[in-house]
Design a protein around this ligand. Structure first.
Ligand SMILES: [Zn+2]
Length: 317
């Protein structure tokens, strides 16, 4: 049977799965990345993980897709400088093709999560769709007319678009990006700053005064219990994301937005102000009336499915 291999390289786990041409999963393996042991150990483990799911007959391999943390040079096939992996300036496509087989295609993990939701998840049946993962950072994937769009190779960074010029510092080192004001990291930072300034809040009690322990999850817990400061912080984050979505609606007029990542577990705390801001900032109801904003469906398998979907898209299957 013709097979596509999907691979997801994370700082904690290496995962690989074999799919048929229609992206039905046939088998799947995973093992710890062991990132602290350095480049050669991680690469050897990666080759070995992929070998475990290769089809028996080499001629049955259609291709291998690999989801990797950015930044990447997709065209050159090079992994540039992922924050949680000892793999800098690695010609990953060439190495995997030499050591395991190919053809090999790589993609940014958030882009491929978007492609996965489009192909097998919440975005099934849409044509133009924007995926955003709202987590410690904010990533995304942009599908236009059925294709993942990354421009010259690095596009689709919906979390690093400016929403507050000269605003707070972002994880990427630039100021005022959406990630800097509305990610889980931003929510925790804002709560910490307000507590340090002396504001009283249930958040302080929940972390027993230890501000290092403040996280978006704790802020959500306090907000659910009715804490005013925590609710304000979530409302502000939700409004920023909603305003950002309104801008993206103006640009691409998509069928759907698919939102994934841990922050979406906050539910109405985040989504109510988000929808309110969309209605407030979109130029005309025509933009949001027929554009669904939904939660992602695929969970932890999203990288694997997206990597396999990339192979299908690149081979024109
Ligand atoms: Zn940024």
């Amino acid at each position: 049977m013709k097979s596509i291999i999907g691979v997801d390289v994370g700082g904690t786990l290496l995962r690989a799965a074999r799919y048929d041409e229609n992206l039905n999963q046939l088998e799947r393996v995973e093992q710890p990345t062991l990132a602290s042991r350095g480049r050669d150990v991680v690469l050897d483990r990666l080759y070995e993980t992929i070998r475990q799911v290769l089809p028996e007959r080499p001629e049955d391999l259609l291709g291998i897709g690999i989801a990797l943390p950015g930044p990447l040079d997709v065209q050159a096939g090079v992994l540039i400088a992922p924050p949680n992996l000892p793999l800098r300036d690695i010609p990953i496509v060439e190495l995997v093709e030499q050591n395991v087989g190919g053809p090999v295609f790589i993609g940014n993990d958030a882009d491929l999560a978007g492609l996965a939701e489009f192909t097998r998840g919440a975005g099934l049946g849409t044509s133009t769709m924007i995926y955003m993962t709202l987590s410690t950072g904010i990533g995304g994937g942009v599908i236009v007319d059925g294709k993942l769009r990354i421009g010259r190779g690095q596009g689709g960074e919906v979390g690093h678009m400016v929403i507050v010029p000269d605003g707070p510092m972002c994880g990427c080192g630039r100021r005022g990006h959406v990630e800097a004001v509305a990610s889980g990291t931003a929510i925790a930072r804002i709560a910490r700053e307000r507590l340090q300034a002396g504001e009283s809040s249930l958040v302080r009690d929940l972390v027993e005064g230890d501000l290092e322990r403040v996280s978006a999850k704790v802020v959500a817990e306090a907000a659910r219990a009715g804490d005013a400061m925590a609710r304000e912080i979530f409302t502000q984050a939700g409004r920023y994301i909603g305003a950002h979505i309104a801008s993206l609606m103006m640009l691409l007029n998509p069928d759907m937005f698919v939102l994934g990542g841990g922050l979406t577990k906050a539910g109405p705390l985040l989504f109510d102000p988000l929808h309110e801001a969309v209605r407030e900032y979109a130029m005309h109801p025509r933009y949001y009336e027929n554009t669904a904003i939904v939660r992602a469906q695929l969970g932890g398998e999203v990288g694997l499915v997206g990597a396999a979907a990339l192979v299908r898209q690149r081979l024109g299957l």
